[in-house]
Design a protein around this ligand. Structure first.
Ligand SMILES: [Zn+2]
Length: 858
């Protein structure tokens, strides 16, 4: 390819060497190439210019009517307009930087091509641009030549990628960027040149990302035996980006909020996200790039596996238990509602209108859980052997989920036929468990029923193979041997649930144990078991499995919140929660537990967790009141403990993003959240002081968000001072938009509308839209679900405005309506009205059309 970059008129000359697939049964004379929004100048076949009648151009393709049966060369000259590209797919400009996004189907907006993932080709790319505008020119692979032209006025660079790749992994970048550089020596001793390109002046903020990259490269060698394969690895950070980042071969392109970080500008969770996303995109080099997907239905093949790998990396780098808790929280917050609503789809969907709508939590997070279950079923060694076989057998290929699973069947010697149903069946299974102890027989009986709720496209579900890790905890806190009454001992603690109903009888138990079920969240299911409160208190104090100890706390809190909601809706006051508070207190004071873990213990289930538990007739305002009530009760019951923790966790000294210091800050901020809900003068003073004395963004942003929760004079002061301090930083100011958008106060809708007109807000920048509209729609359940419908109207109007600019982002925001059918009748009617308004709008994009029609049908 030869590309001459120009803001309004970029010329792309591509030369394709094509031969008819000898294995294809189709004897076609015509060649159909995908292409959108292109201006075609010339088509040449084997050096002969084609006349107008020899080809045909439509809005979506170029058809060359007659091509030879032998290999031939097709040369195309097209023009594109990067400046006008607001959808941010294909080639576009962000803050003066040319960059590309080709996954899933953006390459067809750069040139005509067989734009599908199973067409692998080797690319050589020559880029050219005005040197003032784009002295840095990058593409995939290795740099083989660079120089200047026109007496130093223009720059050029030639990149060659030796690895065949699908077009969605193509990338190019041109701009005036500043690099930071480092090197990495691979396990076989090759030296790789590493660079991260950022805006001038932001170099110092890229070092954490570089550090994470090197740790990820080492980890993949040690854990999976995977070595990097090119001489160069480049990362570029741009501000306008539809997603988090993109794994283009050798040239990853990132949303700059996932590269740039310093203690003053980024929170601990941003540092953590950078580490995880840099690793994720790097890991794609093997799981996605070297082995790619045969078609877009197999998207989960690369994403689920790579999410699993980045979760494992973060667990090894930080705390495995805390990481698991965070991953499970995320899964339940995003994927479980998806599975329970009109947008439910299998991990491997069978149909789509717009593939961009399937970059979902189901395809990413749930499919990572499927990989994790395979690892649980096989055990660590056999799982690694299966991965090795997958890399060996499919390197250089476009593979399928069946290919992947077959490697584990072979390496682990296990039949995974029933397990494959997980890929084909939507919906979250429900395990209904019953436990009883028989004192005379010294035996315990566990009955497990699989309930498989219907989803819109599919009402008849097959039973799944569900690995359920369990423990039976004895009165002294020790795990008891899992001996079945037939003499079999379950040494790995994993029960294989494969039928609709199964009963396990455990023998040799002189006293009643307490069951600890689904340890480590061994399967993505809802679990219910009717245990008395005292069993939860016992597990909370004594379960050796720390994940399940947290789960016990979470279940206990959920139970308490549901009781409060029930009391409130009956017009009563509920005093519940003090036994829960005291059970929690012992864990908060336990210094053998890491602070990050204790912080997770203290965080109540979210308001959407409670809405999900209720499942119908949901009144978000009532849930919000219950949530506040329990938080206040915690502060009143164990306030002394919390106040002393607040002082004890004051890290002091310089900032470090490491997991241990971040954990102390997390616990201190979680304590601050609870104490601030009490709302005494001393609590407000503490919060205001937390804001004004903050020496890092973690503390500053947390205090700002809390201040916005209950507006006061302090709130307005903090909002104004934050703005003054950060108005010139296009990333940090997003926190300012987001903090205001998530206030549960009644003035928020008006405030958000006003902020859409703010000079620093831009509907063309996805980060801004996500910070303001996304936060309002997805993280402000009370105001989004206002009883007068003003929240729905606001979001619907924004979706319609975005539809014309960036359909992909519009469809994402629209996803906030996914649980509308679970609402109480008044809100349900208003949400439906807002959705119908969107649906009626002429000129809807494919993206928005698909989501809105599914929402209304499902
Ligand atoms: Zn990915």
């Amino acid at each position: 390819m030869q590309v001459a970059l120009d803001p309004r008129h970029t010329r792309v000359r591509s030369k394709l060497r094509i031969l008819h697939n000898p294995r294809s049964p189709i004897e076609a004379e015509a060649l159909h190439l995908n292409g959108e929004l292109l201006e075609l100048e010339k088509v040449t076949l084997d050096k002969v210019d084609l006349k107008r009648g020899a080809f045909h151009v439509s809005d979506t393709e170029l058809v060359v009517h007659k091509v030879p049966d032998r290999p031939f060369t097709l040369e195309l000259t097209t023009f594109v307009d990067p400046e006008a590209n607001m959808a941010l797919q294909g080639l576009y400009r962000s803050r003066g930087i040319y960059c590309t996004q080709c996954e899933a189907q953006g390459f067809r907006r750069i040139t005509y091509f067989l734009d599908r993932p199973d067409v692998l080709a080797r690319y050589t790319v020559r880029l050219e641009a005005d040197i003032d505008e784009a002295p840095v020119l990058l593409s995939n692979g290795n740099l083989i030549e660079r120089g200047v032209l026109d007496r130093g006025k223009r720059a050029y660079a030639v990149w060659k990628d030796p690895f065949p790749k699908p077009s969605y992994l193509f990338a190019m970048v041109g701009g005036d960027l500043a690099p930071i550089a480092s090197t990495f020596k691979t396990m076989s001793g090759r030296e790789v040149d590493l660079r991260i390109y950022v805006e001038h002046g932001k170099e110092a903020r890229a070092h954490w990302a570089m550090d994470a990259l090197k740790r990820a490269m080492r980890w993949d060698e040690q854990r999976f035996g995977r070595e990097y394969d090119l001489d160069q690895f480049n990362i570029v950070a741009v501000n306008d980006f539809n997603m988090g980042a993109m794994e283009n071969k050798g040239l990853n392109i990132f949303n700059d909020r996932l590269i740039l970080a310093s203690s003053e500008t980024a929170t601990d969770s941003v540092f953590e996200a950078i580490e995880s996303v840099v690793a994720h995109e790097y890991f794609h080099n093997w799981t996605g790039n070297r082995i790619t997907c045969r078609d877009w239905f197999q998207l989960c093949l690369k994403e689920g596996l790579t999410v699993y790998r980045d979760q494992e990396f973060s667990g090894d780098e930080r705390s495995r238990t805390v990481q698991r808790i965070a991953d499970v929280r995320q899964l339940k917050a995003l994927q479980f509602p998806e599975d329970a609503g009109p947008l439910a789809h299998p991990v491997r969907p069978e149909t789509y209108i717009e593939i961009n709508n399937f970059y979902t939590s189901t395809v990413y997070e749930k499919s990572a859980e499927l990989v994790r279950m395979i690892a649980t079923i096989l055990g660590r060694e056999a799982f690694r052997a299966g991965m090795d076989l997958y890399f060996e057998r499919h390197d250089g290929q476009a593979a399928t989920v069946e290919d992947f699973v077959a490697c584990f069947e072979q390496a682990g010697g296990r039949d995974l036929k029933q397990f494959m149903t997980w890929y084909k069946q939507a919906g979250t299974p429900h395990l209904v468990c019953a436990f009883r102890y028989d004192k005379v027989a010294r035996a315990a009986v566990l009955q497990v029923d699989q309930v498989l709720p219907a989803t819109p496209s599919d009402t008849k579900k097959k039973p799944l193979h569900i690995p359920m890790r369990i423990g039976l905890v004895g009165h002294n806190g020790h795990d008891l041997e899992l001996r079945l009454d037939n003499g079999e001992v379950i040494r790995d603690g994993v029960l294989h649930i494969t039928q609709r109903s199964q009963t396990y009888r455990f023998a040799g138990l002189p006293t009643r144990p307490v069951p600890s079920l689904l340890r480590g969240f061994s399967a993505p299911v809802n679990l219910s078991i009717d245990l008395p409160d005292r069993d939860l208190e016992f597990l909370l104090a004594a379960d050796s499995d720390l994940f399940n100890r947290w789960q016990a706390a979470n279940t206990y809190a959920t139970r308490t919140l549901l009781q409060i909601v029930q009391a409130l809706s009956a017009g009563k006051r509920s005093q519940r929660g003090s036994t829960y508070a005291r059970a929690l207190q012992a864990n908060l004071l336990d210094r053998t537990l890491e602070p990050a873990y204790r912080a997770e213990m203290l965080k109540l289930p979210s308001q959407s967790d409670i809405a999900r538990e209720l499942a119908q007739n949901v009144d978000p305002a009532l849930i919000h009141r219950a949530h506040r009530q329990l938080t206040r009760l915690l502060a009143n019951t164990i306030g002394g403990t919390l106040e002393s923790l607040y002082s004890e966790m004051d890290v002091g000294g310089g900032y470090s993003p490491d997991a241990a210091s971040a954990g102390r800050r997390a616990l201190r901020n979680a304590v601050l959240t609870v104490l601030s809900a009490r709302g005494s003068a001393a609590d407000i003073d503490r919060l205001a002081a937390h804001y004004s004395s903050a020496t890092n963004m973690t503390d500053q942003a947390h205090a700002l968000i809390l201040l916005c929760q209950s507006p006061s004079a302090e709130t307005e002061r903090a909002v104004a001072s934050f703005y003054e301090q950060w108005k010139s930083d296009h990333l940090v100011i997003d926190t300012w938009f987001a903090a205001q958008a998530q206030s549960p106060h009644n003035s928020t809708v008006a405030r958000v509308l006003e902020l859409t007109k703010h000079p620093l807000y831009a509907m063309t920048t996805p980060n801004k839209v996500r910070a303001l509209i996304g936060t309002f729609a997805l993280a402000n359940p009370v105001q989004f679900n206002r009883p007068d419908g003003a929240g729905y109207e606001l979001v619907a109007d924004q979706v319609l405005a975005l539809n014309a600019i960036n359909p992909q982002v519009a469809a994402r925001i629209l996803g906030s309506f996914r649980s509308w059918r679970a609402l109480e009748p008044g809100r349900r009617r208003l949400a439906k009205k807002a959705l119908q308004k969107i649906c009626r709008q002429p000129g809807l994009s494919r993206d928005v059309f698909e989501i809105v029609t599914k929402m209304l049908e499902g």
